[in-house]
Design a protein around this ligand. Sequence first.
Ligand SMILES: Cc1cc2nc3c(=O)[nH]c(=O)nc-3n(C[C@H](O)[C@H](O)[C@H](O)COP(=O)(O)OP(=O)(O)OC[C@H]3O[C@@H](n4cnc5c(N)ncnc54)[C@H](O)[C@@H]3O)c2cc1C
Length: 340
Amino acid sequence: MLALPIAHDIALQQFNTFGIPARARRYLRVEDPAQLAQLAADPALAALPRLVLGGGSNLLITHDEVDLLVLHMALAGKEIVGETPDAILVRAQAGENWHGFVQWTLEQGLGGLENLSLIPGTVGASPIQNIGAYGAETKDLFHSLTAFDFAGGTTRTMDAAACRFAYRDSIFKHEEGRQLAVLDVTFALPRAWAPNLRYAELARELEGIAEPTPRQVADAVIAVRRRKLPDPAEIGNAGSFFKNPVVSSEHCAQLLQSWPNLVHHLQPDGSEKLAAGWLIDQCGWKGKALGRAGVYPKQALVLVNNGGASGAEVLALARAIQADVQARFGVLLEPEPVMV
Ligand SMILES: Cc1cc2nc3c(=O)[nH]c(=O)nc-3n(C[C@H](O)[C@H](O)[C@H](O)COP(=O)(O)OP(=O)(O)OC[C@H]3O[C@@H](n4cnc5c(N)ncnc54)[C@H](O)[C@@H]3O)c2cc1C
């Protein structure tokens, strides 16, 4: 068997959308699942701490040197694999670009994923934080996935229950799931499609179109996102930097007394979800900078690399924002990107 082509001292700047100029001590571009099996079977390699890397769009690298074995998932391919009475099953390999995959499903005449258009990153990462936008989440269309388990060196199929999806969360972000690398994901796209226009901004974008097609909904999502979010190719960022915090109804009622304009959304369990961007904006951070890291002027939830920022600078900005929001509202903002 050929030795795995592990490279050393590899620049990661173009592999993370924040554009942090870090380097990886060890790096393997994974083009075949057999490489992972080979790695798991080698005791010295299997013992190394790992980072499974997709598009690097939900990642903050906080060290100049990443002392991990970076496994860059480049598995490619997408196909229609079957059907059920209600749905068509489509599968894509982990390294496929997410937006490219969504556009491909639309070209096949299949609706369902259009609200998730233009989210950066790979298909393999879509279940990790149960990506969501404009009233839709991975879990809504998810059928199953194949994962490689480094602990046993085996491959397993997981359904939605096994993935334990929640708001920007899944088993893969917890101890029990950290030994798993997603190899491919299968989605069940409905035969009976109806537009999901729960999001007022999306509905407004489609005003005047009585019965929008999946393509028209995707185009509307793309237009809204382009207006609101910075393009990582132009300005480094990882999208929303904080999750929207969930507080008790009592805490929310208390906050409303001082802040009648507080943005809040009642959750099915009676708790309230607050808008992290609104909280940050109230603390005066929108458009501000700390060193070379800053807060995007059009959206306070997005932290940006204003040019040459280190991961430590972005982290310092995030901590300053957390401290201000905590002091003013008694709410701890939890970062969305994974930190390494
Ligand atoms: C401009 C912008 C807008 C964004 N908008 C949204 C949005 O609307 N909604 C949203 O939910 N997110 C959004 N994001 C965040 C990001 O796009 C998603 O989280 C995306 O799924 C990350 O994919 P990735 O391949 O880049 O993952 P990476 O950043 O490479 O990895 C993220 C995490 O997933 C793990 N991982 C990656 N691939 C695998 C795999 N195959 N198996 C196991 N673990 C894996 C990594 O180890 C890491 O822990 C946005 C980001 C940007 C830059």
